[in-house]
Write a protein that binds this ligand. Structure first.
Ligand SMILES: [Zn+2]
Length: 1134
């Protein structure tokens, strides 16, 4: 055997197979090849195929099978071997067509329908040939579908192998649109359903599960287009499957049947438009320079797809992707990978940004009062200045900058930013507590209902859920004072000490916040504050078969529509004086008109079940993921099922242990002000809904979860993740500013610019005050490298804000590490790049319906001001030789676990892309790995293996890539924090809470020590041009960072709409079983080899009607003349 395995031996073998004349030598060769195959690894089999094994076998088949009376002692093993080899050869279909073997095999089948073994062998080969679309179509055009379909009999106990081979082959042929259409028009779908029902009802001993599975798989393939699914429904497919499945659930060991049936029902349920008047967001915002009602034109683009067989196209695409060894998205053009400063940036415009470096111009006069000047600093003030500014390139705006300093530092709003952006700036936040309020069952909070609720003078309409009393100013004053006392009393009575949170400050901040709907209600948790609950929160265990159970419940809605309540209990668009939910007293009440809130509609479906629809991003008809709403009027200790029915992503961490978060007002007032991970029976799956405007191609997913409320008449809040509002950030910054010791910590809050809606985008500068005003200390201060951190460009990624909160608090703290970091660096922090998105509860975009993290290449100064000015600031730093040492943009990740970084590396990108660019001469500073390596050691949530440093074309306009490429920042990162939890380290199996996020923010700061050590040296090189062409090769150990994909879900059926054909092993074992069987030997029982004592007996009694369903000869003979062979009998044997 060893001799044959060498390629030359194999070639000899294959060539003699094609030329061998006598049966014995052919059999010998086939035997040897079969042994090679069964003993061989996949690699050896691939090698055989590359040496022409398929072609040789096909030639042998044509030679042997083409004879008038073929020798089946040779032909049968030949077909068996061809099935095995062909199953592993992706091009077998094309090769078979070229060899003329396709129709020949079909004819052999037609000739042998009486011979179970021979027929099975032909079926397997046809099945394997059908892997090519054109081959499958060729077989379909030549009556292959009819021949095979009519081989499938109603329930029997014999020839199960052959029957299964027939069904599997029919399924394989249904990979093409033409064959699916043919099957629908021939009425085979109805027939297959009847066959399934028949096998199901008569196979009481469950001996033919394989056949039943094969029939379901075949139905799956047959229902790949809309018409086919319609036919399926018309013939009662859903009801048949529902009933059969119900019976299957009563027996053990039928899991696979149940799974497939449920999946099939889910797929075939008719598409239902979402119950909305329009997909367009309820919130719209007029964009400057654009007509007000520019429709979201993705709708028009979509229409052309409406009639297409969406799911089939999807399946085909998946197959194509398997062919690709390398990621097409990786950037391989060296020009795009190298440092490339933006040549367009007019230097003059940058001057204004000097004001955003107050640490450079501040004179620290206050130091003279508290500390002695150092002996060394003898230079006069003007000398000092000259020396200081000599460290920078000479700059024409220097004096202007010096003059404007006092102004620029004054408050939240700078005159400069106002001139850049004409939108009105902020008035300074006041302590004046205006009528911001809570909503809901106010009797929890006080005995005088509705005192909390009223309109706010900023133009907000009265809330639909409240009493709706309009007050004049006088009354408002009264209410305010009354209100204040209640707030005070409550805070006094229940207020807990939440570090760095002051409810009154929060309220004051919220009053300044500008939202599109004019929110005038505060969500209680944001006002009251959140404290991490004690202990850790493990990921939720997934209940076995949870998806099956949920889909089954959804199918019941279709079958028994009369059981469904279908009552709208909340509608964001409903502005009637009373909330819809208040009309029905025993249903839950919902509310979402508050900062970061997102719930568009709630529909009561069953007594304790609600469908929830999320609002699309502002000015958009898409992007739904984030939710945050209030719920009240609940019963205690009753499980309520909630279904968010318009999710868009194809998978979610909700399938892998993640839970939404819940906040109970009663619990908070009891001293437990916690957002807690909550919900059971959580599951995320594709549903039957399509967009409201009937675009059938849109696909939605359901995120379902069940909550059992602890208290009756509580007010609870549910959210996708721990909410963190814009007002929370501004209040937090105020608290931090007050907390620092101004003699030690230089903390400045400025406005980078205003957002489109006129909310300030704060920029924070944190560094250490110099020890003295002496030249040496001031020189050190002015030469500290910058570290620029940004967060929350994506509004739903509230985890980014919690991590940033940890970073900010640490940097302001008295921790010695924080102190040395302040001495080593100047931190420039923009904690919220997308204020408007955050405020209005969007998921992905800004008001201009763009993903701001795709705007970095050419940010529009009017439409994407925060990105434009962040980039401007970076350009400015770059232009004065203060290119940031580190840039990091904080994000949240919905599909992976842990915390990890994305960075940029030329070499790793080229290697991973399989690019032919010669990287030998490319020298790259490996310093981009320093921080991830440090984090790997110190941060428990961090996973080094999840990091990668690849530059993708699709990410070329993200902060990370642009800052790296255009500013030459070697350490430019995106930091991703999972919404879920960790699957490694000491937090393995736990969800990430705010405590862990806070800790991550701290640890990120700690990791910066790793780059602080050799700062002076590194910085003197100015970091520009991080790659140089050189002949030294830097050794990178690992660049394979892609092996961290999600483990498969416990139930793998979830998303596929299609079923793969037989696996290699399944086909092999079927074929092998056929080989060992005597030609006309009868099978005794189920194909899995389960022995049944009654089998033989039953067989003998049923024998006479083994194949009562005759082949429809008429229809076959029409086209059956292809090779002059005709089908005369539809039975395998008599
Ligand atoms: Zn993001």
């Amino acid at each position: 055997m060893a001799a044959y395995s060498s390629s030359s031996g194999l070639e000899v073998l294959l060539s003699s197979l094609q030329n061998a004349g006598d049966a014995d030598s052919m059999l010998n060769i086939l035997n040897v090849l079969d042994e090679l195959l069964s003993a061989g690894t996949d690699r050896r089999i691939k090698n055989m195929i590359s040496k022409g094994a398929s072609e040789a076998l096909l030639t042998a088949l044509v030679n042997t099978g083409g004879r008038s009376s073929p020798d089946y002692t040779v032909l049968l093993p030949l077909l068996h071997l061809l099935a095995k080899v062909g199953h592993r050869d992706r091009r077998i279909g094309v090769k078979a067509e070229d060899a003329g073997a396709v129709l020949l095999t079909l004819n052999l089948l037609k000739q042998n329908i009486k011979h179970a073994r021979r027929a099975a062998a032909c079926l397997w080969v046809i099945q394997v040939f059908s892997s090519s679309v054109s081959t499958a179509n060729l077989i379909g055009q030549n009556n292959g579908l009819d021949v095979i379909y009519y081989l499938i009999p109603p329930y029997t106990t014999t020839h199960l192998h052959t029957i299964k081979a027939g069904i599997d082959t029919l399924a394989a042929l249904l990979r093409t649109k033409a064959n699916v259409c043919a099957v629908v028009s021939k009425g085979f779908i109805c027939g297959l359903l009847q066959l399934y029902e028949d096998w199901h009802s008569k196979d009481t001993g469950h001996l033919a599960i394989g056949i039943r599975l094969a029939l379901l798989r075949c139905l799956h393939k047959a229902t790949r287009n809309t018409g086919a699914r319609q036919t399926f429904i018309t013939h009662g497919g859903i009801r048949i499957l529902y009933q059969t499945t119900h019976k299957c659930l009563l027996s053990k060991g039928l899991e696979s049947l149940v799974e497939l049936s449920v999946q099939l029902m889910r797929k075939c349920l008719p598409k239902t438009p979402l119950p909305l008047t329009s997909d367009q967001s309820v919130y719209s915002f007029p964009l400057p320079g654009r007509p007000q009602d520019t429709p979201d034109n993705d709708a028009a683009a979509d229409e052309s797809w409406e009639e297409s067989d969406d799911e089939m196209a999807e399946g085909d695409q998946e197959e194509d992707n398997k062919d690709k060894d390398f990621d097409d998205d990786l950037e391989t053009d060296l020009k795009n990978l190298c440092f490339r400063p933006d040549p367009d940036k007019p230097k003059g415009l940058l001057a204004g940004y000097s004001q955003l470096c107050p640490e450079l111009s501040h004179n620290f006069q206050e130091l003279d009062l508290s500390s002695e000047p150092e002996e060394s600093s003898t230079a006069s003030s003007s000398d000092e200045e000259a020396l200081l500014f000599n460290t920078f390139p000479s700059h024409p705006i220097r004096k202007e900058r010096m003059r404007s300093n006092a102004r620029s530092e004054s408050s939240l709003s700078s005159s400069w930013s106002k001139s850049e952006n004409p939108t009105e700036g902020h008035a300074a936040a006041t302590e004046d507590l205006e009528g911001c309020d809570f909503h809901g069952n106010t009797n929890i909070l006080s005995s005088s209902p509705n005192i909390w609720t009223k309109g706010r003078e900023t133009g907000g309409k009265p809330c639909p859920g409240c009493n709706g009393d309009e007050q004049d100013n006088e009354e408002e004053g009264e209410h305010n004072s009354h209100h204040h006392t209640i707030v005070d009393r409550l805070l006094e009575k229940h207020g807990t000490l939440i570090p760095n949170h002051e409810p009154k400050l929060y309220r004051a901040a919220a009053i300044q916040t500008k939202s599109i709907p004019g929110f005038n209600i505060l969500a209680f948790p944001d006002f009251w504050g959140h404290l991490s609950p004690p202990g850790h929160e493990p990921m939720a265990p997934r209940k076995p078969h949870i998806q099956r159970q949920k889909v089954f419940e959804d199918v019941q809605r279709f079958l028994n529509p009369d059981d469904i309540i279908n009552q709208v209990v909340f509608d964001l668009e409903d502005n009637s004086p009373q909330c819809l939910s208040e009309r029905t007293s025993d249903s839950l009440r919902f509310f979402s008109k508050f900062e970061c809130g997102n719930l568009r509609k709630a529909i009561q479906v069953r007594r304790y079940e609600y469908d929830l629809i999320l609002n699309a991003d502002v000015n958009c008809s898409q992007h739904t993921q984030w939710f945050y709403f209030e719920v009240s009027n609940m019963e205690a200790n009753v499980p309520y099922r909630f279904n968010v029915i318009n999710c868009e992503k194809s998978n979610s961490q909700f399938n892998y242990g993640m839970q939404p978060v819940l906040y109970s007002v009663k619990e908070a007032l009891d001293g437990r002000p916690h957002w807690v991970r909550s919900g059971t029976e959580i599951c995320y799956f594709r549903n039957k809904f399509c967009s409201a405007q009937g675009r059938k191609r849109t696909t939605f997913y359901t995120m379902t979860f069940t909550v059992t409320f602890k208290h009756i008449e509580d007010v609870c809040y549910l959210a996708y993740h721990y909410p963190y509002t814009y007002s929370a950030m501004t209040a937090h910054l105020e608290v931090l500013q007050k907390s620092v010791d101004p003699a030690k910590v230089f903390f400045r809050q400025q406005t980078l610019c205003n957002s489109l809606a006129g909310n300030a985008c704060p920029l924070i500068t944190i560094t250490a005050c110099p020890v003295s005003r002496g030249w040496k200390d001031m020189h050190q201060l002015r030469n500290r490298p910058c570290i620029v951190l940004t967060a929350r460009v994506h509004p739903s990624e509230s985890n980014a804000s919690w991590v940033m909160k940890g970073t900010l608090e640490f940097l302001c703290s008295s921790d010695p590490v924080a102190a040395s970091l302040r001495e080593a660096f100047v931190f420039k922090i923009i904690p919220m790049l997308n204020p408007d998105g955050v405020i209005n509860g969007t998921h992905r975009c800004d008001l201009n319906r763009e993903d701001l993290n795709r705007q970095w290449s050419k940010p529009d100064p009017v439409l994407s001001p925060t990105i434009y000015h962040t980039k401007g600031l970076l350009h400015y730093l770059n232009s004065v030789g203060r290119t940031p040492l580190v840039f990091c943009d904080y994000h949240g990740h919905s599909r992976k676990k842990n915390v990890f970084l994305y960075g940029c590396s030329v070499k790793e990108t080229l290697w991973q892309s399989g690019s032919t660019v010669d990287t030998v001469g490319l020298k790259e500073d490996p310093g981009y790995r320093t921080i991830p390596k440090a984090l790997d050691r110190i941060a428990p949530t961090f996973s080094f293996n999840s990091c990668n440093y690849l530059v993708e074309k699709s990410r070329s306009a993200t902060a990370r890539v642009v800052v790296w490429r255009e500013m030459g920042v070697l350490r430019s990162y995106t930091m991703e924090t999972s919404y879920n939890g960790c699957n490694q380290g000491i937090y393995k199996g736990l969800q990430i809470g705010t405590r862990e996020m806070d800790e991550m923010g701290v640890n990120f700061c700690h990791s910066l020590l790793s780059v602080a050590k050799d700062v002076t040296e590194v910085y003197s090189k100015k970091l520009i041009n991080h790659i140089t062409l050189d002949h030294n090769v830097i050794d990178h150990n690992s660049h394979n960072c892609f092996d961290d994909d999600e483990p498969p879900c416990v139930e793998e059926i979830e998303y596929s709409t299609d079923y793969p054909g037989l696996t290699v092993t399944e086909l092999d074992s079927d074929v092998d079983a056929n080989t060992t069987r005597k030609d006309d030997e009868e099978e005794e029982d189920g194909h899995k080899g389960v022995k049944h004592p009654q089998a033989r007996f039953r067989h003998s009694t049923i024998k006479t009607h083994m194949f009562p369903q005759l082949i429809n000869q008429g229809s076959i003979e029409k086209k059956n003349t292809c090779n002059g062979v005709s089908n005369t009998n539809g039975q395998f044997m008599n």
